[in-house]
Write a protein that binds this ligand. Structure first.
Ligand code: GLN
Length: 494
């Protein structure tokens, strides 16, 4: 018999409502799957005792006939970038050793309020900086899909543990954060659905900050419908985050109508890259055809500033990171390495506490913000950002959504691209523009490459129009009929 951890979120929700099984039974299967998957290194901290307690509470609520949350009894994994009250929160950094936040992030609190059951805190790139989950102090995460010769592959990053937990059927949903692509790119590499909502849709309060003007939380799930259910539970205005938008959260699941007739889908020509694998271009063309067959109108569009998005991101993101990470000084949080003076203690702590990629970002960020370089780099990057935003605004006067590939490659072997930061940064070439402009974007598994590894397609929509994004994503999902499973789950796939 299939285990309960194999169910989608909607199936688990409906099964709980029908009384087919209890939240405790569901949690036990997910805990067993979490323990069986330890070789993938998905979790930094497992919290089975919390899962059991919350599952029992959910069953008690249901038995008492009381009010239910939209995710009552559903097990989830939480990226270890969300502060969780009393539970170790590391951001995958040595510098946060032993940090047990006295508060809960708004998004994880919203999920608790919706009845979700936390299984544990997932592995990630240190401070969410990376595209392969290779920079974690706690070691790499393995993708449940493996290479053609059986080699271990990266799950993408930075939300590597969260994405792989969903791809390995440990749980039906998990949280991620996306600053330049850290939800959508790993979703593409692991064959699951991942989305970044509009900037401001989810509160950033209590999420360890990387680049505050770009960071957004979002869900991973195995279907578009599941993502819609989970985003609704995560989102909402929060007075504790001044950039959180005071807008209503629509019923995203109800927006999935199955009807894309007349939808105008833009295909930006600048997203065709030299040297991009032919199968990614072919998949993109097929995606456009699928939408057209369902009555959408395909519109070629041009976004000429796209090519500046990635370089500008790698100025803005490190600049904000260098400022946000100034708080880790050996006094307020986690690790302290003593020295003969206060300055030496700061230096020793930060030198020992931050990994190589984080130190690189802090140095780039400090450089581009320093007197003499500020105008040449930081101000220029902000101007480019405005141009990108304006270009999207003009384009969205003519189209409802954009269709693009999610990533320029499938999953690659653990250890690859590590000696070439620019090659690693290129992973986010198609995802970064949406962060620079604050737009919602979703990656839907759409096909396999020649090695049997998953590839995703991305839908980008107007600000706060996640409903249209979900509608288009559902149309892609239905046409793609992506049913391949990783070898880890006994599938034919890589
Ligand atoms: N890979 C990008 C980076 O390293 C984006 C990471 C993210 O979205 N958190 O900055």
């Amino acid at each position: 018999m299939a285990k309960l951890n194999d169910l989608t979120l909607a199936e688990a929700r409906d099964g709980l409502a029908a009384g087919d099984f209890s939240a405790v039974e569901l949690a036990e299967d997910c805990i067993a799957a979490m323990e069986a998957a330890r070789d993938l290194n998905l979790f930094i901290t497992e919290t089975p005792e919390i899962a059991r307690e919350r599952a029992a509470q959910s069953d008690a609520r249901r038995a008492a006939g009381g009010a239910h949350g939209a995710m009552d009894g559903i097990p989830i994994a939480v990226k270890d970038l969300f502060c969780t009250e009393g539970v170790l929160t590391t951001a995958a950094s040595h510098i946060l050793d032993g940090f047990h936040p006295p508060y809960e992030s708004t998004v994880s609190q919203n999920l608790i309020d919706a009845g979700a059951v936390m299984l544990g805190k997932t592995n990630l790139d240190e401070f969410a900086m990376g595209s392969a989950n290779m920079t974690s102090y706690y070691g790499p995460v393995k993708n449940p899909w493996v290479g053609a010769a059986g080699e271990d592959l990266v799950p993408g990053g930075s939300s590597g543990g969260s994405v792989a937990a969903v791809a390995a059927n440990v749980c039906p949903g998990s949280t991620g954060t996306d600053t330049g692509g850290s939800i959508r790119q790993p979703a593409s590499l692991c064959g699951v659905v991942g989305l970044k909502p509009t900037y401001g849709r989810c509160s950033r309060w209590g999420i360890v900050a990387f680049a505050s003007s770009l960071d957004q939380a979002g869900p991973f799930a195995r279907t578009v419908r599941d993502s819609a259910i989970m985003l609704k539970a995560m989102a909402g205005h929060d007075p504790k985050d001044s950039t959180s938008a005071p807008v209503e959260v629509p019923d995203f699941e109800a927006a999935i109508t199955g009807d894309v007739k007349g939808l105008r889908v833009g295909i930006p020509k600048e997203y065709t890259l030299d040297g991009m694998p032919a199968e990614i271009q072919a998949l993109w063309d097929r995606g456009a055809e699928w939408l057209k067959q369902q009555g959408a109108e395909i519109v070629p569009v041009s976004l000429p500033h796209t090519k500046y998005a990635l370089p500008a991101y790698y100025i803005v993101a490190p600049a904000e990171a260098s400022s946000n990470l100034a708080r880790y000084d050996g006094v307020r949080y986690g690790l302290r390495v003593d020295g003969d003076s206060l300055d030496e203690m700061y230096e020793n702590t930060r030198g020992a506490g931050f990994g190589a990629e984080v130190r690189r970002r802090v140095m780039i960020g400090t450089y581009v913000l320093s007197a003499g370089y500020y105008d040449a780099y930081y101000v220029k990057a902000q101007q480019v950002r405005t141009k990108i935003l304006n270009e999207f605004k003009q384009t969205f006067a003519d189209v409802d959504v954009l269709l693009t590939p999610t990533a320029p490659n499938a999953a690659f072997p653990i250890g690859a691209k590590m000696d070439d930061p620019v090659a690693m940064y290129l992973n986010d070439i198609f995802t970064v523009p949406a962060n620079m402009a604050g737009l919602p974007g979703i990656s839907v598994p759409a096909g396999l490459d020649a090695d049997g590894l998953p590839l995703g397609l991305q839908i980008v929509a107007k600000p706060f129009d996640e409903e249209t994004m979900f509608r288009a994503a559902d149309a892609l999902e239905r046409a793609a009929e992506f049913t391949a499973k990783p070898k880890y789950l006994g599938g034919q796939g890589g």
